[in-house]
Design a protein around this ligand. Structure first.
Ligand code: SF4
Length: 358
């Protein structure tokens, strides 16, 4: 059952698209000092390897803004400059070749300043993401909406920023309306999506350490995606940026919005008679690097495993000292416990080769 995605405007970011028919993209951020070009490039290359589609970097001064040019030359994925308040930094970032700006026009100080940013963005085909955040909602909107962030207040804030850009005849805009409150962000995005066809960048902000952040993001981002809302996503975790990408990609895969390898593993139970969890980890690492569609299973017992995982293309089920390799639910070979990983990988590689050859 395919998700019917909301129709949105198509926005070009570097050489990829956000919105329209484009696949949902996964974003992350640079988490090292923006002054240290080498460290930034190293981290972005890791993000590329992990399957990140877009990265973003915050800047604190003109010196780091001027690093965008050197960084851009050494990376493949589009980079977004995240800039607060300072129009000169925004203009310089665009001149340095960034692929998108994240800036809130209402916070720039004057229409003339925004005009100058929009001019350079138009000249170079650079889109803008408006990023509304419940934690920094304008004071007058807070007062108007009862003293605390509400979905209506957040959408009103987005509307204000959008209007500033539209008045300057600029519509290459992506919008995010984030909150650390999952339900608030969901209601706000729904409301926004009824009013506008701008593509949206989904995220639950400050979602926390990996376990909490993954749960919150899966509900917030995943729930909206399932309703057809969302064109690009970022999972914010207090963790390595590669983990944000992995979680983001898993959310998309779980909803059938991303093609690629899928790992099935049973939770284990009292029938399990071998050390299954280390095997699952090894298989996960192997499978995650594959670039073809394949379903792989690791199951805790030979009696139920192959049948329970019959939707998998290939799998291994363990027992006491030995297990069985199975294909589409049918056991094809008994395997010694120490050979389980090796034999599974051999069969995975065979299937991958066949699929690549097609
Ligand atoms: Fe338990 Fe076997 Fe099912 Fe795994 S496959 S949960 S070990 S019964």
């Amino acid at each position: 059952m395919e998700i019917k995605r909301r129709k949105t405007k198509k926005i070009k970011v570097g050489d990829i698209y956000i919105g329209g028919e484009a696949a949902v993209t996964v974003q992350t951020m640079v988490k090292v000092d923006a002054h240290d070009v080498k460290a930034v490039v190293r981290q972005i290359k890791e993000q590329e390897e992990a399957g990140g589609d877009i990265t973003r970097m915050n800047v604190l001064d003109m010196e780091s803004v001027k690093n965008f040019g050197a960084i851009k030359k050494q990376i493949k994925i589009p980079i977004v400059a995240d800039i607060h308040f300072n129009h000169e930094w925004a203009i310089e970032a665009v001149k340095q070749g960034v692929d998108k700006l994240r800036i809130n026009p209402g916070n720039i100080g004057s229409v003339d300043r925004v005009k100058a940013i929009v001019k350079v963005c138009k000249e170079r085909g650079v889109p803008i993401r408006i990023g509304v955040n419940a934690g920094s909602l304008e004071k007058n909107l807070l007062e108007k909406h009862g003293g605390h962030p509400t979905a209506e207040g957040l959408v009103e804030s987005a509307s204000r920023h959008i209007k500033i850009l539209e008045d300057l005849d600029f519509d290459q805009t992506v919008v995010s309306i984030k909150s650390s409150d999952v339900r608030l962000m969901m209601v706000a995005y729904r409301l926004f999506s009824k009013k506008y066809d701008y593509p949206v960048h989904l995220g639950v902000t400050e979602s926390g350490p990996p376990r909490k952040g993954t749960v919150k993001s899966s509900i917030g981002i995943g729930g909206l995606l399932e309703e057809g809302i969302g064109d690009t996503i970022r999972v914010s975790l207090a963790d390595d940026s590669r983990e944000e990408i992995r979680v983001g990609r898993e959310i998309l895969k779980s909803l059938g919005l991303m093609k690629g390898p899928v790992l099935i593993a049973c939770p284990t139970c009292s029938r399990t008679q071998f050390e299954m969890l280390p095997l699952v980890k090894r298989v996960e690492e192997y499978v995650d690097k594959l670039d073809v569609e394949i379903k792989v299973a690791v199951m805790g017992c030979v009696v139920n495993g192959p049948g329970e995982a019959r939707e998998a293309d290939v799998g291994i089920a363990g027992g006491r000292g030995a297990g069985a390799l199975f294909v589409k639910g049918k056991v094809v070979k008994p395997v010694k416990e120490e050979d389980m990983f090796k034999e599974l990988v051999k069969m995975i590689d065979k299937i991958v080769e066949e699929r690549r050859g097609k």
